[in-house]
Design a protein around this ligand. Sequence first.
Ligand code: NAP
Length: 324
Amino acid sequence: MSTVCVTGASGYIASWLVKLLLERGYTVKASVRDPNNPKKVDHLLKLDGAKERLHLFKADLLEDGSFDAAVEGCVGVFHTASPFYHKVTDPQAELIDPAVKGTLNVLGSCSKASSVKRVVVTSSTAAVAFNSRPRTPEVVVDETWFSDPDLCVKSKMWYVLSKTLAEEAAWKFAKEKGLDIVTINPAMVIGPLLQPTLNTSAEAIANLFNGSQTYPNASFGWVNVKDVANAHIKAFEIPSASGRYCLVERVAHYSEIVEILRKHYPSYPIPEKCGDDKPFVPIYQVSREKVKSLGIDYIPLEQSIIETVDSLKEKNFIGASSNI
Ligand code: NAP
């Protein structure tokens, strides 16, 4: 079976990707920033097949050529590493540089390695949906949409900007160098955590258990991490896969998320009220047409939420109901 590389392997999505790749028999060269940190690597080293077929490499997005060794000899590269958090003091240094320069750094290593046939880049619906077009229940967002960097700057949506600019840079580089890339553009990813730390998207669910009285007035697309990891693999394995793939099971307002939580976790004090008195931010649709060709049959949102909460409880990110 072939050898593939996963960048940022300790991360939430990447850990699932490494797990599923090992299960399918791949040899995986996994890049992490700190291979000596047990919190970042122990869960990977314990995966089935890891002893025989998982190799760790130290690499940082901001160090030129850092990924050369991890990428060398690989037929496929999954570039997932990119910072995902919202509390930043210096957006350029903390988010934009690692996302954009980091992507070009990884793609540079890929274009130098003659073994690499395709690179699957983890982009985001952040790079798709944020422009001046309205998003309302009858609107269908699809892969032809692009986020508007100027609007991101104006709204100070730095993470969204980092993903938008990184994807733009990736396509430009791929075109110039003749590199075969495919992007996976998931919305908010939830589902079980393999890593021992709390990642930003799972935190969106954990926060609804922190005793707060209100939930955000926001609507997001949601998708299960197992579907996301699987889509990455299909996008590499299916020769005709190309372009971008939006991954959204469906868009839901937080009011619906808390309703599902109340139904399944009645002993927890789930927020009852919306954070403001404005009309609910509308939901919209995201086309499933293109992703059908990858054979993804989405895990329903309700099940994804249950899987997330059960995992958060197991890892003590949500306390016992009586302790809240
Ligand atoms: P995560 O758990 O925070 O993983 C992010 C990974 O990026 C970590 O492994 C981190 O390494 C690595 N990283 C950050 N800065 C780095 C640097 N300077 N050099 C090397 N590695 C660096 O987040 P995630 O949710 O799995 O996100 C993975 C990818 O999916 C990102 O590209 C993100 O934009 C994208 N995405 C996520 C979602 C979502 O809802 N989760 C949705 C759409 C797209 P360390 O472990 O060393 O910190």
